[in-house]
Design a protein around this ligand. Sequence first.
Ligand code: G6P
Length: 367
Amino acid sequence: EAAEKAGFEHFMMKEIHEQPKAVSDTINSLVSDGRINLDNVGLSDEVIKNISQIYIVACGSAYHVGVTAQYVIEDLTRIPVRVEIASEFRYRKPLLDKNGLVIIISQSGETADSLAALREAKNLGVRTLGIVNVVGSSIAREADDVLYTLAGPEIAVATTKAYSAQLIACYALAIHFAKVREQIDDNEYKNLIDELLTLPDKISKVLDDKERIQWFASKFANAKDVFFIGRGIDYSISLEGSLKMKEISYIHSEAYAAGELKHGTISLIEDGTLVIGVLTQQDLYEKTLSNMVEVKSRGAYLMGITNYGNYNIEDTVDFTVYIPKTDKHFTASLAVVPLQLMGYYISVARGLDVDKPRNLAKSVTVE
Ligand code: G6P
């Protein structure tokens, strides 16, 4: 097992470091000669032009990818997108449009609720697409079309590289659909693909900051609660950051849409409560920053994740992690990394079983 960990103390840390490769392998399988090529996936231009509505269905972190994808796909393609937890979707007798596309996202391809949701969609006669990591898994076999992520085998229960590869799959679909449906011009198309290709190096750059994050995480190893806030895509990143934190460190954490704080959560803020703000969406930056000021005045200790250049954040926030600039649709790929590292380092500092957290399974094949 030590050999398999390639010098890392845990599989999770190894897999965090494999993200530039997982991302670049997945990009390379979907981009050739500067164009998105979905020939292996199987959605023709005619099918793409006729999609009336997209439903994304998944569990756990794959669901969080869906929440990010909802913002990205809607913004680029202008196709309405709804995202739903598989265990909810399967029992609510969903009303699906005949020209809709149901996208099931699953690392293992075996999650019982996701598989049941796929079968429900097929029964209703709606086209299905699986975004799956494990080749030949049930969801890959049963979906009408399948887009494989190339994250390789993932061992740690808490997903990192598979999540990152799933994001790439969704970005590629969004860019391709937007181009086919003439929502973006050649120039925008090229810029998005060029930017996509820079993500692996930018993820490596974020990883270079890990020791600062380790130092900061060690100060909060005994935290009682942690809150994550953000707006738009930053809210979707907060959901994943919060899940990483609670699943491996056993510290209670919650993600809140920043504007929703004042409707309840703010009463939970005490002196010294850690609040982590995600502020990568430039048009929402001031709004979220003002929410950070609000919680600070109630005693919160603030960590912020934002783009290089937003240095005035330091007037408000106690500890800042900067991420390289990228297209606004792709920031989840960078901002999630410090959050994965926070969960990891806090779990290690508490002496917990990082790779096999209590009560959790890598793949949930029972309901
Ligand atoms: C389990 C894992 C999560 C994962 C979820 C969905 O809960 O612990 O990391 O996100 O299942 O799994 P899937 O294989 O469908 O992506």
